[in-house]
Write a protein that binds this ligand. Structure first.
Ligand SMILES: NC(=O)c1ccc[n+]([C@@H]2O[C@H](COP(=O)([O-])OP(=O)(O)OC[C@H]3O[C@@H](n4cnc5c(N)ncnc54)[C@H](O)[C@@H]3O)[C@@H](O)[C@H]2O)c1
Length: 254
């Protein structure tokens, strides 16, 4: 893992940090000496990750946050800024699937739930963090999209694919809007990733079948994405703005 000395002492808020890619990203930032706030609707899970990170000597806090709720988002960011003295980096990893069906069969409430979590949640977090990032000398927004937001690949949900495409375009909009304030906005687009949740859902044979179609012949670990996001937050990435970074082992080349 690369160490970026400038990240020591900066402040990162990570949503969806109770597990999976968000938790892994929080751990990698903590290794950089970044102060990390774990924002998740799952308070118990976030506390467990925080306890583990704290045992390494890093500064960490948790705030129960529902990213789809404006008051919850606004209050959470205010708590982070009050405790840590500001916010430099926002990572939006909270997100999720809907039903894996076609549009014709998709229940409308499933569409609403998925789009609300992935798109409204990312929008609210980005909107409410802007005043804090404007006070930072190196403000960063990093949104987690998906390969499903870049192209149609394997089985996915229409609400998931559409909302993750929306996340990429929202990120580009922010790149243009916030660039003049010295804030960069980028997204990542992961392929199916070996989080504990995905490992529990898929058989070894299914994982091997997917891996066989990837030029690198393996699925990514959450750390592959975490490393990319730490890089995007670093000064080494200060001229990257509006990028959608494909993290798919070369499976889809665009
Ligand atoms: N794992 C994959 O294969 C994969 C692939 C591509 C993209 N992604 C994207 O990466 C991100 C993380 O994926 P993951 O697999 O680590 O997810 P996960 O399901 O393991 O974790 C998601 C986290 O978000 C939290 N969350 C859910 N609703 C919330 C809400 N309303 N407010 C706050 N927190 C909420 C959950 O409690 C959980 O901790 C998601 O946006 C996902 O769409 C994942």
């Amino acid at each position: 893992m690369a160490i970026y000395p400038e990240l020591k002492g900066r402040i990162a808020a990570v949503t969806g940090a109770a597990q999976g890619i968000g938790a892994s990203t929080a751990r990698e930032f903590a290794k950089q000496g970044t102060l990390v706030a774990l924002l998740d609707i799952d308070e118990v899970g976030a506390q467990q990750v925080a306890t583990e990170i704290k045992s390494t000597g890093a500064r960490v806090m948790t705030v129960r946050t529902d990213v789809t709720d404006d008051k919850s988002v606004t209050d959470a960011l205010a708590k982070v800024a009050a405790e840590f003295g500001g916010i430099d980096i926002l990572v939006n990893s909270a997100g999720g699937y809907g039903k894996l069906t076609g549009v014709e069969e998709l229940p409308i409430d499933d569409w609403d739930r998925t789009v609300t979590l992935n798109l409204r949640g990312t929008f609210l977090m980005c909107k409410r963090v802007i005043p804090y990032l404007k006070k930072s000398k190196a403000g960063r927004i990093i949104n987690v999209s998906s390969i499903s937001g870049r192209t149609l690949f394997g089985s996915t949900s229409p609400a998931y694919a559409a909302s993750k495409a929306g996340v990429i375009q929202l990120t580009r909009f922010l790149a243009i809007e916030l660039g003049p304030s010295g804030i960069t906005s980028n997204s990542i687009a992961p392929i199916t990733t070996l989080t504990p949740r995905v490992r529990a859902l898929r058989s070894e044979a299914n994982i091997e079948a997917i891996a066989a179609q990837i030029p690198l012949r393996r699925l990514p670990d959450p750390e592959d994405h975490a490393n990319a996001m730490v890089f995007l937050a670093s000064d080494s990435a200060s001229y990257l703005n509006g990028v959608a970074l494909d993290i798919n082992g070369g499976r889809i080349l665009m």
